[in-house]
Design a protein around this ligand. Structure first.
Ligand SMILES: [Zn+2]
Length: 269
């Protein structure tokens, strides 16, 4: 099994089809007019990533620098309060998160975010923490020849000593919720919260369903019943006054290696 440490390594396993699709997308994005991004009056943008591999550190830093020029970094709690109160004209914020709990958060991400004083929620699937599973390649990259390292509880504990960082739940097993029964979903949502709170001695307040797939009736109800304060989706868009439901937070998925033209392109939506 190959252990993934660089994006270059991961790219090798990309299908020809998705390779070509990415090239076309990149040409389209670089040539599209993204001026609209600069003319928006108020927003909270929730960018999220999965990984910052060793060969993505430089471009990830550029992305954070870019955001700092166009808004303030705020925590999930502050973002939720602002959405409830209503944004004022020219209020521009970024609220960051990471899904999946890969080890490179500890190795490559937290130092950069500390330098920019950028709060972040790390959504973790608890059964993968401490590298307790040997099917990470299959679950996260759809390829059983790969594996990736995860944070351990000691890393998480150390990260959580910084006030600007929080841990949220990304379920226990990272299974697709719409394929699970009510009781299985209840377990994924409740048990992950308990595990995080016990191991880290913190409140686990925020939830992000695996792959952003969930039932708006059943699972959203469970997330509210189990006292989470927010649910983060993978639907692209910004949060603004006319769309301010903290249980349907829109987030922009980013690859840390992307050039700034991608950010301007997506953030204008
Ligand atoms: Zn995930």
């Amino acid at each position: 099994m190959e252990n993934i440490n660089t994006y270059k390594q991961l790219k090798k396993y990309e299908s020809k089809y998705s390779n070509i699709r990415n090239i076309i997308k990149s040409i389209f994005i670089k040539n599209s007019n993204s001026e609209k991004f600069f003319h928006q009056s108020e927003y909270i943008i929730f960018p999220f990533w999965h990984h910052v591999f060793d060969d993505e550190i430089e471009s990830f830093t550029s992305q954070i620098k870019f955001m700092k020029n166009y808004g303030d970094f705020i925590s999930y709690d502050d973002a939720i309060n602002l959405l409830k109160m209503g944004l004022k004209t020219n209020d521009k914020y970024f609220c960051l998160s990471f899904d999946d709990g890969f080890k490179n958060i500890y190795e490559n991400v937290t130092d950069i975010l500390l330098k920019f004083n950028a709060p972040c929620v790390f959504f973790i699937p608890t059964s993968f923490i401490d590298n307790r599973r040997d099917d990470s390649g299959q679950v996260f990259f759809n390829n059983n020849k790969l594996k990736i390292n995860f944070l351990n509880w000691k890393d998480c504990k150390q990260i959580s000593t910084n006030q600007i960082f929080e841990f949220g739940s990304h379920s226990v097993n990272h299974k697709i919720f719409t394929k699970l029964s009510h009781d299985e979903c209840y377990f994924e949502i409740e048990e992950s919260k308990k595990i995080i709170e016990t191991n880290l001695d913190i409140k686990c307040k925020h939830f992000a369903p695996p792959v952003g797939i969930f039932s708006q009736e059943r699972d959203l109800d469970l997330v509210k019943k189990l006292k989470y304060k927010s649910l983060s989706t993978t639907v692209r868009g910004k949060m603004e006054n006319k769309f301010s439901d903290e249980y349907l937070i829109k987030r922009h998925h980013l690859l840390a290696g992307w050039e700034i033209s991608y950010l301007k392109y997506f953030f204008k939506k």
